[in-house]
Design a protein. Structure first.
Length: 419
C-alpha cells in the first residue's frame, strides 16, 4: 500500500475525535420514542388484542433475526458509516408509515421497515465507536464512553417519554409523528461521521457479497468454539428477550393499577432516567462486583421485581420496575465490553449482531405463548408465569456457566495484539 493510500484509508486523528461527540448526539437522536408510553394503547385503539401485539412484535423480532448478520456484513464490508446512514433512513420511513397507518397489516409493514433500521444499527454503532477509539489508541476508555453514550441516549428517551404521556392524553397518533423527528436528525448526523477503516468500494462491496457466507461461517465457528462468548450471547438473549415481554405489559399493568395516561409518560421517564444513571456508572458497578458476580446480580435484578409487581396492585407499584431498568442500564455497555474483549477485530460487528440476534430470537420463540397467557389469565398471573420461565432459564444458565473452563476467561494474546 502506498503512503497516499494509507492516508486515504486512515483519516487524521484530529478529525476522528469529531466522531466521539457526534456519536453521543447520534445515540440520543436515533430513536426518540415519544409514542412508547401509549403505543400499546394505540394498538388496542386500532383493534389489536394482546396476542396480536405479541404476534406483531414476534414478526418484527424474526425479521431482525434474519437481517442481523447480513446487515452486520454491510457494516464490516461497506463501512460502519454507511450502515448507520441506512439505519436512520429506514427508521425514519418506518416511523412515518406507522403514523399514517391503521390496522395490523399496515403496522406490520412499518415494523418490517423498522426491523431493517434496527438491524443496520445493531452492532455497527458500537463497532464504529470501538474502531474510532482503537485508531486513537484509547480502547481502554470504551466501556466508559459507551456507557456515557447510552446514558445520554436513555436520558433522551426519558424526555421523549415524558412528552409522550402528555401528548398521548390528547392523541396517540400525534406521538408517532413526533417520534419521527429523531431519526430525521440522526440521518444528517450520520452523514457527518468519518469512517475509520474505509473499504475500497465498489470492489469491497462485490468482495463483501462474495465472502459473506465465509464471514458468517467464521464468526459462527468462533462463537460456537468460544464457550464463554457463547454463554454471554445466550445470557444476554434471555435478559433482553424477557425484558421485551415485560415492556409490552407495562402500559396495561399501570392502567390496571389505576395510573392515568399522563402519568404513564412520567413513569417511563423515571424508568429511563434511572436506567441512564445506572448506565453512566455501569463500568464502575461491573468493576465493583467483578465479571462473575455481575452475572448473578443481573439475574437477581430481573427476577425479584416480578412477585412484587404481581401481588402489589397500587398506583406506585410501577416503581418495582426500576429493578429491570437497572438491568437495562448495565447490560448494553458491560455485555458488549465483555464480548469485544474476546473477539477479533474483523468479526466484532458480526458477533455483536449475533448477540442482538439472540435476544430477538428468544423473544420470537416465546412471545406468542406470553401473549396467549396474557389474554386468558390476566396481567398478574402472566407476570408470575414469566417469573417461572426465568427461573428455569437462569437455572440452566448457571449450571452451564460453572462448567466453562477457566482458560476461556483469559484474553488470548492474538486478540490483545489486534485490539
Amino acid at each position: 500500500m502506498t503512503e497516499s493510500q494509507t492516508v486515504k484509508n486512515h483519516p487524521p486523528t484530529d478529525r476522528l475525535k469529531e466522531n466521539l461527540w457526534r456519536y453521543n448526539f447520534f445515540a440520543a437522536m436515533t430513536f426518540t420514542p415519544i409514542m412508547l408510553p401509549v403505543i400499546v394503547l394505540f394498538w388496542q385503539e386500532n383493534g389489536l388484542e394482546m396476542f396480536d401485539i405479541f404476534l406483531l412484535q414476534s414478526v418484527f423480532a424474526v425479521a431482525v433475526v434474519l437481517l442481523e448478520v447480513p446487515t452486520g456484513m454491510v457494516a464490516d464490508r461497506l463501512g460502519k458509516r454507511v450502515s448507520l446512514i441506512a439505519s436512520s433512513a429506514f427508521l425514519l420511513t418506518g416511523m412515518t408509515t406507522y403514523a399514517l397507518g391503521f390496522g395490523f397489516w399496515i403496522f406490520l409493514i412499518a415494523e418490517l421497515l423498522l426491523s431493517f433500521g434496527i438491524s443496520l444499527l445493531s452492532g455497527a454503532d458500537s463497532a464504529f465507536l470501538y474502531d474510532t477509539l482503537k485508531r486513537l489508541d484509547r480502547t481502554d476508555e470504551y466501556q466508559r464512553i459507551e456507557g456515557r453514550a447510552r446514558s445520554i441516549q436513555l436520558a433522551s428517551v426519558a424526555l421523549c417519554n415524558l412528552i409522550g404521556g402528555f401528548v398521548g392524553a390528547y392523541s396517540y397518533r400525534m406521538t408517532l409523528w413526533l417520534s419521527a423527528i429523531g431519526p430525521f436528525i440522526a440521518l444528517f448526523t450520520a452523514f457527518g461521521f468519518i469512517e475509520v477503516n474505509r473499504p475500497n468500494t465498489p470492489r469491497a462491496f462485490r468482495e463483501g457479497i462474495a465472502s459473506y457466507s465465509d464471514l458468517f461461517g467464521q464468526s459462527f465457528h468462533f462463537v460456537r468454539k468460544h464457550r464463554l462468548i457463547r454463554w454471554y450471547i445466550l445470557f444476554s438473549a434471555v435478559l433482553t428477550g424477557s425484558a421485551t415481554w415485560l415492556l409490552w405489559l407495562y402500559q396495561p399493568y399501570m392502567r390496571h393499577c389505576g395510573l392515568p395516561i399522563p402519568m404513564l409518560g412520567v413513569a417511563f421517564t423515571i424508568f429511563n432516567l434511572f436506567a441512564a444513571l445506572v448506565s453512566r456508572y455501569a463500568y464502575r458497578i461491573s468493576d465493583f462486583f467483578g465479571q462473575k458476580k455481575m452475572v448473578f446480580v443481573l439475574m437477581a435484578l430481573q427476577i425479584f421485581p416480578l412477585p412484587a409487581l404481581s401481588f402489589f396492585i397500587y398506583p406506585f407499584s410501577f416503581l418495582f420496575i426500576l429493578g429491570h431498568q437497572a438491568v437495562r442500564g448495565i447490560l448494553s455497555p458491560v455485555m458488549k465490553s465483555w464480548i469485544l474483549r474476546y473477539t477479533y477485530a474483523d468479526k466484532r460487528a458480526t458477533v455483536l449482531s449475533m448477540n442482538s440476534m439472540g435476544g430477538r430470537l428468544f423473544f420470537a420463540i416465546t412471545a406468542l405463548v406470553v401473549g396467549f397467557v396474557t389474554d386468558r389469565a390476566g396481567i398478574s398471573q402472566t407476570i408470575l408465569f414469566q417469573m417461572a420461565l426465568l427461573i428455569v432459564f437462569f437455572g440452566a444458565l448457571i449450571i452451564a456457566y460453572h462448567r466453562i473452563p477457566e482458560k476461556y476467561f483469559h484474553v488470548k494474546s492474538m486478540v490483545q495484539d489486534n485490539q
